[in-house]
Design a protein around this ligand. Structure first.
Ligand SMILES: NC(=O)C1=CN([C@@H]2O[C@H](COP(=O)(O)OP(=O)(O)OC[C@H]3O[C@@H](n4cnc5c(N)ncnc54)[C@H](OP(=O)(O)O)[C@@H]3O)[C@@H](O)[C@H]2O)C=CC1
Ligand SMILES: CC(=O)C(=O)O
Ligand SMILES: [Mg+2]
Length: 420
């Protein structure tokens, strides 16, 4: 592990800087090819698009192109390090979009002095894209930014840290609670963090049956309770009449801990206070709220997940965003609505119960996996994700009236190569 820093820097630097490049999709070998690709031939699609803007989907890459856009104010759990420092993560999201769902990405890092400046910038460039994935924008600004852009754009705008995270968390939570023999309706839930991801995750769990009175949410100042006068409207939804003030207060008898805050914020002593068979999703990246080693040592009965690839149960929005956009783009949805999000939750959740193919076992060093405490959610390289999730999302888009194309004739997809 001590080599990880060196290896990661080398990976990003060599043999050429970065992780993505632009590829050509048409022949360019002859003068004729160039006359078609550029002047004079390029004038023909220009004229067609000027006549009817929808022709951009026919003659350009718009329909398969997503902008991954950040202002760098909440880069993973590293904090507000500025737009340029967010670029490796945004390129990384581009890698995942392409690798897992064949979606092309331009990453865009925006220097903006205000949410309005960010909104204006994104709105002005939005016609280039088939969809917009907002990333690593801190709360509460992210809520206003996403709302305004959904209103102003006719393409899907999706804040991944809110909804991608919520969808995957919900899918894993339903499975984890089933294994713990508990019901979401009765579960006492502690959520450490009250930002973009935390608020969206708790809202989605409530829409799936969790009881808002059973949720204790905490920010840097402790438990969010009705006596506080420093809460924004998003935190205030979770303010309860309670005497609990600290994480330890909240953890007494809790069934579930969801960490969407920062590194090493949960102590073993606090974990020991939880009810039997506790479910702990320590999802802060790159360093979780508690390491699986410490958690298992403190509570042998824990069902444990992190956001990382190197432990069992990776609860990470990578399981959602490539596939939800694939489905949304393929039916040219005008937005990603609640029905599509819910369809994604169930498609991901159900896949965890299917037998794990041999190529996944091999990719994880021969580790045998089956639905259980160490396997509550599929692995990102499971190609059945591209079969199941876009199909469910596309169907939900059609059924809920936001699709502009019929169910794709080439669905269900069997692999990324099937996309076109
Ligand atoms: N596994 C996954 O797929 C994902 C994981 N995440 C992780 O979730 C975390 C939050 O991301 P995001 O919601 O986008 O960021 P935001 O900036 O929107 O929210 C951060 C939240 O964490 C709280 N917080 C930070 N430090 C502490 C602390 N010491 N004690 C209590 N609360 C604290 C903040 O409190 P306050 O409001 O008081 O400032 C804030 O509510 C990150 O670590 C990120 O990596 C995010 C998305 C996906
Ligand atoms: C995974 C992710 O999007 C995050 O940690 O911010
Ligand atoms: Mg993120």
């Amino acid at each position: 592990m001590s080599d990880l820093r060196t290896d990661a820097l080398e990976y990003h630097a060599s043999p050429r800087p970065g992780k993505l490049s632009v590829e050509l999709t048409k022949p360019t070998a002859t003068a004729r090819d160039l006359a078609l690709a550029y002047s004079p031939g390029v004038a023909e699609p220009v004229r067609e698009i000027a006549k009817d803007l929808d022709n951009a989907y026919k003659y350009t890459g718009k329909g398969n192109l997503v902008a991954v856009i950040s202002d760098g104010t909440a880069i993973l759990g590293l904090g507000n390090l500025g737009p340029l420092a967010s670029k490796p993560v945004m390129e990384g999201k581009g890698v995942l979009f392409k690798r897992f769902a064949g979606v092309d990405v331009f990453d865009i890092e925006v220097e903006s002095e205000s949410p309005q400046a960010f909104i204006d910038t994104v709105k002005r460039i939005s016609c280039t894209f088939g969809g917009i994935n907002l990333e690593d924008i801190k709360a509460p600004e992210c809520f206003e930014i996403e709302r305004a852009l959904i209103e102003q754009c006719d393409i899907p705008v999706f804040h991944d840290d809110q909804h991608g995270t919520a969808i995957v968390t919900a899918a894993a939570m339903i499975n984890a609670l089933e294994l713990a023999d508990k019901k979401l309706e009765d579960a006492k839930i502690v959520c450490l963090g009250a930002g973009a991801a935390a608020v969206a995750c708790m809202k989605l769990l409530v829409s799936l049956g969790a009881t808002i009175e059973n949720i204790s949410m905490l920010d840097r100042k402790g438990v969010i309770h009705a006596g506080r006068d420093d809460l924004n409207e998003h935190k205030a939804i979770f303010a309860s009449e309670t005497d609990k003030r600290t994480l330890a207060d909240a953890m007494k008898g809790a069934d579930v801990f969801v960490g969407l805050s920062g590194p090493n914020l949960l102590q073993p002593a606090e974990l020991k206070l939880m009810a039997e068979n506790p479910v702990v999703f320590a999802c802060s990246n790159p360093d979780p709220e508690i390491s699986p080693e410490l958690a298992h040592a403190a509570r042998p009965d824990v069902i444990m997940a992190t956001g990382r690839s190197d432990y069992p149960n990776q609860v990470n929005n990578v399981l959602c965003f490539p596939f939800i956009f694939r489905g949304a783009l393929d039916v040219r949805a005008s937005r990603i609505n609640d029905e599509m999000k819910m369809a994604a939750v169930h498609a991901i959740r159900e896949l965890a119960k299917e037998p794990v193919p041999a190529y996944i076992t091999e990719a994880y060093g021969g580790l045998e996996m089956e639905f259980g405490r160490e396997y509550i959610i599929p692995k990102p390289m499971d190609v059945r994700l591209i079969e199941k999730v876009p199909a469910a999302v596309a169907k939900a888009a059609i059924d809920s009236g936001v699709a502009r194309l019929p169910y794709p004739a080439h669905y269900p997809l069997k692999s990324v190569e099937d996309c076109f």
